[in-house]
Design a protein around this ligand. Structure first.
Ligand SMILES: Cc1cc2nc3c(=O)[nH]c(=O)nc-3n(C[C@H](O)[C@H](O)[C@H](O)COP(=O)(O)OP(=O)(O)OC[C@H]3O[C@@H](n4cnc5c(N)ncnc54)[C@H](O)[C@@H]3O)c2cc1C
Length: 442
């Protein structure tokens, strides 16, 4: 029977443990966690009589999202699931002093104020050529669709999803789907015709489910973590900080003096933490992965205060605001609100700010003033809380995939490196890679 040691019990550590148990039921698992609890950045809380998220707030049920759904079903959590309300399909951009709705259907596309801009961008794309090398998302989008579309849509998408800087992030690592389409015919639009997405290594769920924008749980995303934690309660050792790892002897020693031997070691801790245990060459690569800081402000207000109907809005960086966007949580998952209150989240900061700078700013007040500008009136907030995450989201900068290869090539043979800085930041990417990894272990 092999002994597998996992460092970290965020969603990466827990999901790889889940698949190891499935594919290697006799393997002995030990999960070492630095803190008193599991889940990493995933944290859902009661907030007055509402529910809020401090980390991820949902998973797309489409494509590889079905892998997560399958895990949810297998864990007996199906009845805890909630799907995004279809009414919250509308997404907005805030720029030039107003909220503009993004096209979400053919009808809204035809009536969109962005129609001219989108058609112009499509025409440009039809003439685009293939480029093999990696580029920044900005370079790629400028070649295919032009600067106007980049400044509005792609810029705000990159700050909204990755809290990232479009002029630094890698197209191949962050939006591999676009790069794949380009490799077919040059033009993204032309390549979309007849393109068949890769098959999913999971049960296929019906369209009523996969057509929903997102899923979460009645009590938030942490429900998934809590269940996985329960499954592995005998394997997780909390408050255990690794002091040193001897890769040749396949053993590690913790600060408390306890040592562990293993056959395989899987690291799911952040890059800047793993770097303390590896060769200088590998540490250099790991430390070169930047993480952006994010402020998460959750706030609750009376429903009568605001009549906003969408999922939320994003703010392009040309607006020069510290606000990256707002998610109207209880529009998306009404169960997370209450009879009288809405609960929303504003994301702040991102790659254009340092953590030190964010700490000096009055982010609550900046948010209050910004929302007053967006909605044309001050919203009276009944309850709010701000949390600052110093290294919230790893940035896949240009050349990231080459860096990942160099990390893999310099890694000791009995070390497997997972975590959100390697193969994808989203829960879907993490679960997909965890399954692949557990299946491939001998
Ligand atoms: C604000 C925010 C919003 C997000 N929204 C979404 C979303 O809506 N949808 C989505 O799919 N994704 C979202 N993401 C991304 C996703 O949530 C993360 O990428 C993912 O949860 C990271 O999981 P992880 O296990 O790789 O890392 P982490 O969550 O960082 O977990 C790492 C674990 O390792 C432990 N650890 C650290 N050092 C050591 C050590 N030396 N020894 C032992 N243990 C250690 C930590 O305590 C932690 O438990 C969001 C992320 C953030 C920050």
């Amino acid at each position: 029977m092999s002994k597998i040691c996992i460092l970290g019990s965020g969603i990466t550590g827990l999901s790889v443990a889940y698949y190891l148990k499935k594919y290697h039921p006799t393997a002995e698992l030990i999960i070492l966690e630095d803190l008193k609890s599991s889940g990493g950045v995933i944290a859902s809380n009661e907030f007055g009589d509402c529910t809020v998220e401090w980390g991820p707030r949902g998973v797309r049920p489409k494509g590889n999202g079905q892998l997560v759904l399958e895990m949810v079903e297998d864990l007996g959590l199906w009845d805890e699931l909630v799907f995004a309300d279809d009414k919250a399909k509308k997404r907005y951009l805030y720029h030039d002093n107003k909220l503009q709705i993004l096209p979400h259907s053919l009808f809204s596309f035809l009536r969109s104020p962005y129609l001219g801009l989108i058609l112009k961008a499509f025409l440009k794309d039809l003439k685009a050529e293939k480029v093999e090398d990696d580029e920044t998302i900005a370079e790629f989008v400028d070649r295919h669709f032009g600067e106007d579309l980049r400044r509005l849509f792609f810029d705000s998408m990159v700050s909204g999803i990755w809290a990232g800087d479009i002029s630094k992030m890698s197209i191949s690592a962050t939006l591999p789907f676009l790069k794949k389409l380009e490799a077919r015919k040059g033009s993204i639009i032309k390549s979309m015709f007849g393109y068949k997405p890769a098959s999913v290594d999971a049960k296929a769920y019906p369209k009523e489910i996969t057509s929903k924008a997102l899923f979460s749980f009645k009590n938030g995303v942490q429900t998934l973590v809590n269940k996985l934690k329960e499954e592995f309660s005998d394997s997780i050792v909390y408050e255990t900080n690794v002091k040193s790892i001897n890769f040749e002897a396949s053993s590690l020693v913790c600060e408390n003096g306890i040592s562990y031997h293993y056959d395989s070691l899987i690291s799911t801790i952040p890059a800047y933490k793993l770097s303390a245990f590896v060769t200088d060459q590998m540490a250099k690569e790991l430390n070169a992965i930047n993480y952006s800081p994010v402020g998460v402000l959750n706030f609750q207000f009376q429903k009568s205060q605001l009549n906003f109907d969408g999922f939320g809005f994003l703010v392009p960086s040309k607006e020069k605001s510290v606000v990256l966007g707002m998610v109207a949580n209880s529009n998306t998952f009404p169960i997370h609100g209450s009879k009288g209150f809405h609960v929303n989240t504003v994301m702040l900061g991102g790659a254009r700010y340092t953590f030190a700078k964010l700490k000096t700013m009055d982010l609550e007040n900046e948010t209050k003033l910004f929302l007053a500008k967006v909605f044309g009136k001050e919203i009276k907030i009944d309850k709010q809380e701000l949390r600052l995450l110093e290294k919230a989201i790893p940035q896949y900068e240009k050349g990231h995939l080459d860096r990942v290869k160099r990390i893999e090539n310099t890694s000791p043979t009995n070390l497997i490196i997972l975590g959100n800085y390697m193969y994808g930041v989203s829960i879907i990417d993490i679960v997909t890679k965890s399954k692949e990894c557990a299946k491939s272990i001998q």
